[in-house]
Design a protein. Structure first.
Length: 339
């Protein structure tokens, strides 16, 4: 995904001390209120306090990451699809692959793509869409070490964390007591990107959204909820700016953050921060579905300005079962309120 705002700004400062001019360089990251603020935003909840199995979700995250790269059309992606198809089917989900092809941005060959769709209670005509992307970026092109920018990119948080939450949430779905149905969608091709200035993002969500509009359905989606980068061990989930700017989406954002507050999950912070270009844009702009993004873009070790995003450091050890549990619990409790 792309982030058009929130870039680090360097500010020169001049301090006069005892007649000496000291020129300093301050680093300012928008929205960062320091270690004390981060500490206030951490809840005291432990895994045993949360009725959503974060450890099971983390095991799925690990299992997926052991496949290595899951770039669209790769062997790793095909293996992941088999694992997830079997997992969701065993839990009673109606699984289908929405297949299409795109042109490879480097060599022009055809790349087979497949959005994985899991339907729960398919007879219900009003539905909720919960989604994530399950492809990984080809390379860790933002690694601070230039020598590693063509190394293996595992995508533990950016690629596997949303999948892991949905894999565990699936266990709740057969007993979902509502007039609403739920569809999970795992988008392919969110970032088959080798050059940010040239290659298109959001291939899977664009295809899904165009298909939703072009082919008449006997059902409609009330809202689309996107989970992306939700496994960070130092979880901080602000309200994404696009999601709050869209009038039709804003009430759903507010309701989810209120649910988190009622559960004592302080890591859902009711303040806008990053503006993220992600799959939810296709849902809202193309499919005309109210949509929101649950994302922790502050993916770094506490006290550091170096992000793990799109680097070789996006590995399972940077993620946490507790973070997955908190996100899954909030989403599942919000779902229970939908009637």
């Amino acid at each position: 995904m792309k982030r058009p705002d929130g870039q680090t700004v360097f500010l020169g400062s001049v301090i006069l001390i005892g007649g000496l001019v000291v020129i300093g360089l301050l680093v300012y990251t928008p929205g960062n209120d320091g270690e004390a603020g981060a500490a206030r935003r951490r809840s005291n909840l432990e895994l045993a306090d949360i009725p959503f199995d974060g450890q099971s979700a983390y095991e799925m995250l690990n299992r997926i990451c052991k496949l290595g790269s899951r770039v669209s059309g790769s062997t790793g992606m095909l293996q992941q699809q088999e694992i997830l198809r079997d997992h969701f089917q065993e839990l009673g989900g109606q699984v289908e692959f929405q297949r299409f092809q795109v042109r490879h941005p480097i060599n022009g060959t055809a790349v087979p793509m497949a959005n994985l769709i899991v339907r729960w209670h398919p007879d219900r005509k009003e539905r909720i869409l919960i989604c994530a992307h399950y492809d990984t970026r080809p390379f860790p092109d933002r690694d601070p070490d230039p020598r590693k920018r063509r190394a293996l990119f595992v995508g533990a948080n950016d690629g596997a964390s949303g999948v892991a939450v949905l894999a565990e949430l699936a266990k709740w779905m057969p007993a979902f007591d509502s007039k609403l149905g739920v569809d999970f969608v795992l988008f392919d091709g969110e970032e088959l990107v080798y050059d940010d200035n040239r290659d298109p993002y959001f291939l899977g969500s664009r295809y899904f959204s165009q298909d939703y509009v072009s082919r008449p359905r006997d059902y409609r989606y009330r809202v689309g909820v996107l989970l992306d980068m939700v496994g960070d061990g130092d979880l901080q989930i602000y309200q994404e700016k696009n999601s709050m700017r869209w009038i039709d989406s804003r009430p759903f954002v507010t309701a989810i953050w209120e649910t988190a507050n009622s559960l004592g999950v302080k890591e859902f912070i009711p303040r806008r921060k990053h503006e993220i270009r992600d799959d939810h844009l296709m849902l809202h702009e193309v499919a005309k579905i109210p949509a929101l993004n649950i994302i922790d873009f502050d993916y770094r070790r506490r006290g550091s300005n170096q992000s793990f995003w799109h680097t070789t450091q996006d590995t399972p050890d940077k993620c946490s079962a507790l973070s997955l549990a908190k996100v899954g619990w909030v989403v599942s409790e919000w779902l229970k309120k939908q009637r």
